[in-house]
Design a protein around this ligand. Structure first.
Ligand SMILES: C[S@@+](CC[C@H](N)C(=O)[O-])C[C@H]1O[C@@H](n2cnc3c(N)ncnc32)[C@H](O)[C@@H]1O
Length: 255
């Protein structure tokens, strides 16, 4: 797949189904990840106050950070930004591609949480790291948290879901596999079952192609973008949905 395609922008999950995101992946499930990200921010040499969240999705992680930090959210999907604005009305939301966006200002920290999974070529990974560097103040920090790395990837199954006060319910199952162990990509086969308040059910199946880069690739790319790279996180294998954040790559911007 070419390095400039943008399959994430075309996935139904983040476009026509975006309104289901808070039920598919409820905000409360992001509390632990947010605590780990906040801990990574504390390793910066100077206090972190202003944060740029690239690929912010429904703003579920940001919702747990915004109390202490001033978070600016960027996503490529207008529909996901709409969902996030509802949860985080006090935050600035901007439409942009994490590979190319330039806001013309800098932040104490840049975060690229699980949205970085949608980067599927090394060239694009470098572009994302360069975006992070361009928005990071000297002495600042960039935190990247991919769900998968090639070093620990193991095929698996998972699932989850939730409901809301209107009576809507959503659940999903996922199956991860690696069709070509040489390409630093994996596939996630999702099945979403979406029940609206009038009990109408739709079942949607969608395969997402995600990056699973080697740790060495991550560290080399961060260095190439200008960061002092650091490996964080517990680094354990990912075994299914709801696994929480285990891979953290940190870039320190010295000057
Ligand atoms: C798994 S969701 C992120 C969920 C988010 N962590 C949250 O707290 O709700 C992935 C998001 O990445 C976004 N995305 C994918 N590729 C992108 C890109 N190149 N630039 C910006 N956003 C992108 C999608 O639109 C989607 O909203």
């Amino acid at each position: 797949m070419s390095g400039v395609t943008n399959p994430a922008g075309e996935y139904r999950l983040y476009c026509e189904l975006a309104g289901w995101w808070p039920l598919i992946s409820p905000p409360e499930e992001y509390e632990r990840d947010a605590a780990l990200v906040a801990e990574a921010f504390r390793s910066a040499p100077q206090p972190v106050r202003e944060v740029l969240d690239l690929g912010s999705g429904g703003g579920h992680l940001a919702a747990h950070l915004k109390g202490l930090l001033e978070v600016t959210l960027v996503d490529i999907s207008e529909q996901m930004l709409t969902v996030s604005r509802e949860l985080n009305p006090e935050c600035v939301h901007l439409k942009g591609d994490m590979r190319t966006v330039r806001l013309g200002r800098s932040f104490d920290a840049v975060l690229v949480h699980d949205a970085v999974d949608y980067v599927i070529s090394e060239a694009d990974l470098l572009r994302v790291a360069e975006t992070a560097f361009a928005h990071c103040r000297p002495g600042g920090i960039a935190v990247f948290a991919p769900d998968y790395v090639a070093d620990t990837f193991a095929p698996g199954v998972g699932g989850g879901g939730g409901s809301d006060a209107s009576g809507r319910q959503a659940s999903f199952r996922e199956q991860t596999s690696d069709l070509d162990p040489d390409d630093q990509c994996i596939e996630v086969d999702y099945e979403f079952v979406l029940r609206d308040a009038d009990n109408r059910v739709q079942v949607v199946r969608e395969v997402h192609r995600l990056g699973a880069f080697r740790r060495q690739t991550w560290l080399a790319v961060l260095a190439a973008a200008g960061f002092e790279p650091e490996l964080g996180g517990s680094g354990g294998p990912v075994t299914g949905a709801g696994f929480g954040l285990v891979n953290i790559f940190i870039g320190h911007r010295e000057n």
